[in-house]
Design a protein around this ligand. Structure first.
Ligand code: MN
Length: 253
């Protein structure tokens, strides 16, 4: 099995190293990852200047681009044969609810799907990674059998990626794996006004309090209760319920 690994925290990130350890037992690993952190770059593609891959070992490349650039470059140019799966992560921080819309980790998996390769995004729902890096390493034991299971499904669903979140627990404290839906995240005071060194007004986006809401079967509830959450995400964002209901809206047009 040929596995393409990437992330949005950069090629030096601990999470990528942990994913590599988990993946190496399953197949031949190729890493193509950004040369620096690209968190929250979503599905952006570098169109206005070239990207340069630099070889960092056998089947290991760093790219001065986004996670999406990395997946596209890997599949279209760097790998002699197409991968069987794209694994993206392990992201430093959760990707639950609306996070998936900003996440470079999830977008890289989405890019894999767009190019016809089944993909899995993996995130570690620990807060401060400096405190939790041992827990992140612990999660290799949980992740490896899960990846093995997902990659050997007789019918990996079409145009679908699995968005996995790992709880910040020791491996033997994890209660199990739950299939989940996306929860809802509520940010408050996420734009912080402040002054630059010259006294001019600036804003720092991304701080503030995060709270979550969602059904008992949502991703954040699973994490909160000590489970691994696995949420299937579809490439087609069409909302079919509305499409059916809205048919009557056009009657008089
Ligand atoms: Mn990240």
């Amino acid at each position: 099995m040929r596995l393409l690994l990437t992330n949005d925290d950069g090629i030096l990130a601990q999470g990528l190293e942990c994913l590599c350890t988990a993946a190496e037992a399953l197949g031949e690993v190729t890493i193509v990852a950004p040369d620096r952190e690209q968190s929250a770059t979503s599905h952006s593609l570098t169109l206005h200047h070239p990207v340069r891959p630099i070889r960092r070992g056998e089947r290991r490349w760093q790219v001065d681009g986004t996670p999406t650039d990395c997946v596209m470059l890997a599949i279209e140019a760097l790998m002699p044969e197409r991968p069987d799966f794209v694994f993206s992560g392990i992201n430093h921080g959760q990707n639950m609810g609306e996070d998936v819309l900003y996440s470079g980790t999830v977008a890289a998996a989405m890019e894999g799907l767009s190019l016809g390769v089944p993909s899995i995004a993996i995130s570690f729902a620990g807060g401060d990674l400096r405190a939790d890096v041992s827990r992140l390493k612990e999660q290799i034991k949980v992740l490896q059998p899960l990846l093995k299971h997902l990659t050997s499904l007789p019918d990996f669903p079409r145009d679908t990626l699995f968005n996995v979140n790992l709880p910040p627990l020791a491996a033997d404290e994890v209660k199990g794996v739950r299939l989940t839906r996306l929860g809802r995240r509520v940010y408050s005071e996420s734009v912080a006004p402040m002054k630059d060194p010259w006294g001019r007004q600036i804003y720092w986006i991304g701080g503030g309090e995060i709270t979550w809401s969602g059904e008992p079967d949502s991703d954040f509830r699973a994490i909160e209760e000590g489970y691994v959450s696995v949420t299937p995400l579809h490439l087609d964002l069409t909302y079919f319920d509305v499409l059916e209901g809205a048919a009557t809206w056009w009657r008089d047009l």
